[in-house]
Design a protein. Structure first.
Lengths: 134, 134
DNA sequence: TGGAGCTATTCACGTCTGTCAATATTCACT
DNA sequence: AGTGAATATTGACAGACGTGAATAGCTCCA
């Protein structure tokens, strides 16, 4: 689903919590969040981001998992089509790296406007864990 | 899946892109992202957040959709169990509101450490749209 | 207590998704 | 050209997910 035909939209500078999303916007955003909504893909992103140089080849990304190479390749494709990572072929290997702008966009979207902002979101991972256990 | 038994973890102050996630952390985070990975639920969050007082009752949340009330109730349950929204019964109506800390946690998680940060993530929604169309 | 309005739960069903096995594709090196 | 290594694609299948119909639960009011 390429969303190229989506109009500019009335939501300029409008985070998720400030104005209702249109159906088109919601669909596009859901597509991106869906790419992150999988344990394997989340780990793939974190692994390639924490690799030296911020990139890792498919063999590096396959090794940490008890999954077949085609399965990892499938997950990488999902991340790539969501615009969250890019790939570059170098010799026989293909190297993947995250797209910081994509993550920053999502982060900005989730950021609550001043006044409703919560205090001290110091530890994102553990905070999210608490969220889950609530 | 209650993740109460998840240990503190080695990931203190560690955003997604700085250190590989453990399987447990990835599973917990995926659970939260999965709650956001649906157009209807994204719109529900944005609608209740943009309502006056930052809260909306189920009837307000059902009206904008061509979906049945049980379906909306199901989506609200998913958001609630993910810790993204809270509900409060007041008379016969139940009012939902977003949990800013939860969104802030996810935003912090997606924020790339200084140095890799992209410039000018000004328009989160449109930027995310571009991401999708890439 | 009974009824009406609002919300949640259960059950059933079609679709989507994650996974693997098998195979195809791309590239480097003889 | 041909071979081997690395990655991508295809096809198939079980399980998860979104949805609606029917029903249950809760709260107020008469």
């Amino acid at each position: 689903m390429s969303i190229k035909e989506v109009p500019p939209g009335p939501s300029c500078h409008t985070p998720l919590v400030a104005e209702p999303l249109t159906e088109l916007e919601a669909g596009a955003l859901a597509h991106v969040f869906k790419a992150l909504a999988d344990p394997v893909r989340l780990r793939l992103v974190s692994i390639m981001a924490s690799y030296e140089g911020g990139e890792a080849c498919v063999c590096d990304l396959t090794e940490p998992f008890d999954l077949t190479q085609p399965t990892i390749s499938h997950h990488l494709k999902v991340l790539r089509e969501a615009g969250l990572v890019t790939s570059e072929r170098r010799a026989t290997s293909v190297y993947y790296r995250v797209v910081p702008e994509a993550l920053a966009s999502l982060a900005g979207l989730l950021t609550v406007p001043a006044g409703r902002q919560a205090a001290d979101p110091v530890n994102p991972v553990n905070a999210a864990m608490k969220v889950v256990s609530a």
